[in-house]
Design a binder for this molecule. Structure first.
Ligand SMILES: CSC[C@H]1O[C@H](OP(=O)(O)O)[C@H](O)[C@@H]1O
Length: 352
């Protein structure tokens, strides 16, 4: 069983086709930006950080093998391809932030008369390659900060029972994970009593991906249906809910997988702290609040079928938003690689 969502070496990029998991573990090659756009849009690779990394690496692979006549031509090609990759999925901000940073970088290189075309291209590719290691380092820091914060809220050396939603592990990032990274850190500290992961209908990231990671790591866990969260909180003493994020607005409102908002409401009712774990690359200070976040709507078929098997009546109209927005008022803390912050502390901590 492989948990590496992304394989990149010697200018060759492969992604683990997550539409086939858990039944089949198969890597497919990404030969350039068009392939990158497609595997992201089809959700063969998904997860806010992984989307940005695969998108940018698909550009690196493409330009590595391509001849350019001038620095200007290289810059223009990079700008166009990055803006195209941003269109692959609208809600997660990571690809947009990466595109903005890389466009600023390539413009800086283009204006630098001391950089020749080949050096500009290799420096640009290296800046993309650094995203892989940085994401893993950020995830481990998120794990440490999150574990420390959660352990502060429980008595003595007691163990933690947590609920998580969707998939935020190695299959959503370059490795280790965000919310699931916090869970991995708690498990490594021998402080996890039990993890409850939700199925996360309709794409089933929880049943197909998070359960896959929890079993792989031998973390004590139970799969529950999305509809079971309230009953679980009523009958079990849950220490915390830890979820990921696709886009955190400046006021702390957070867009995450559909179903997150209702878990936050249930957690509030039961007095369970609700944490969002996300790297700075998921925080969008340009959006003042969650009602400005574009919510992607996915095809009806993702609800009406499981694979080729129809599970809903033919002809029934569907509403299939892939995300919802949890208001900052329901969020106890936002766990980042720089520390854990209250929602209203984000601008102070992250405004450059
Ligand atoms: C660290 S992954 C963050 C986020 O992305 C997932 O969405 P999707 O599977 O549609 O790409 C999910 O909302 C995770 O919480």
């Amino acid at each position: 069983m492989s948990l590496k969502a992304i394989r990149y070496e010697n200018n060759s990029l492969e992604i683990l086709d997550q539409l086939l998991l858990p039944a089949q573990s198969k890597y497919i090659q990404v030969k350039g930006v068009e392939d990158g756009w497609k595997v992201i849009n089809k959700m063969q690779v998904r997860g806010a950080p992984a989307i940005a990394i695969v998108g940018c690496l698909s550009l690196a692979v493409e330009i590595h093998n391509k001849h350019f006549e001038s620095k200007k031509e290289l810059r223009q090609d990079i700008e166009g391809k990055l803006n195209y990759l941003v269109s692959s999925r609208p809600t997660a901000v990571n690809m947009k932030i990466a595109a903005e940073e890389l466009i600023a970088l390539v413009n800086e290189y283009s204006k630098n008369a001391e950089l020749d075309l080949d050096t500009m291209k290799s420096n640009f590719i290296q800046s993309i390659e650094k995203m892989l290691e940085k994401d893993i380092a950020d995830n481990r820091a998120i794990g440490e900060h999150g574990a420390s914060k959660i352990l502060l809220s429980i008595p003595g050396d007691s163990l933690v029972r947590v609920i998580t939603h969707c998939n935020t592990g190695s299959l959503a990032t370059a490795g280790y994970g965000t919310a699931l990274g916090v869970i991995r850190m708690l498990h490594n500290m021998k402080r996890i009593e039990h993890v409850y992961c939700t199925e996360t209908r309709p794409y089933n990231q929880g049943a197909r991906l998070t359960a896959y990671e929890l079993v792989h790591d031998k973390i004590p866990s139970t799969l529950i249906c999305d509809s079971m969260v309230a009953a679980l909180m009523k009958h079990r003493n849950i220490s915390a809910v830890i979820v990921g994020a696709d886009r955190v607005a400046a006021n702390g409102d957070t867009a995450n997988k559909i179903g997150t908002y209702q878990i936050a409401v249930i957690a509030k009712h039961h007095g369970v702290p609700f944490y969002v774990a996300a790297p700075q690359t998921s925080i969008d200070l340009k959006i003042i609040s969650g009602d400005r976040i574009v919510i992607e709507e996915r095809p009806d078929r993702e609800m009406t079928h499981i694979g080729e098997h129809r599970i809903a009546a033919k002809g029934i109209p569907c509403w299939n938003p892939a995300f919802d927005v949890t208001p900052a008022s329901l969020i106890a803390g936002i766990i980042t690689e720089k520390g854990v912050f209250k929602p209203d502390e984000l601008v102070r901590e992250f405004a450059s």
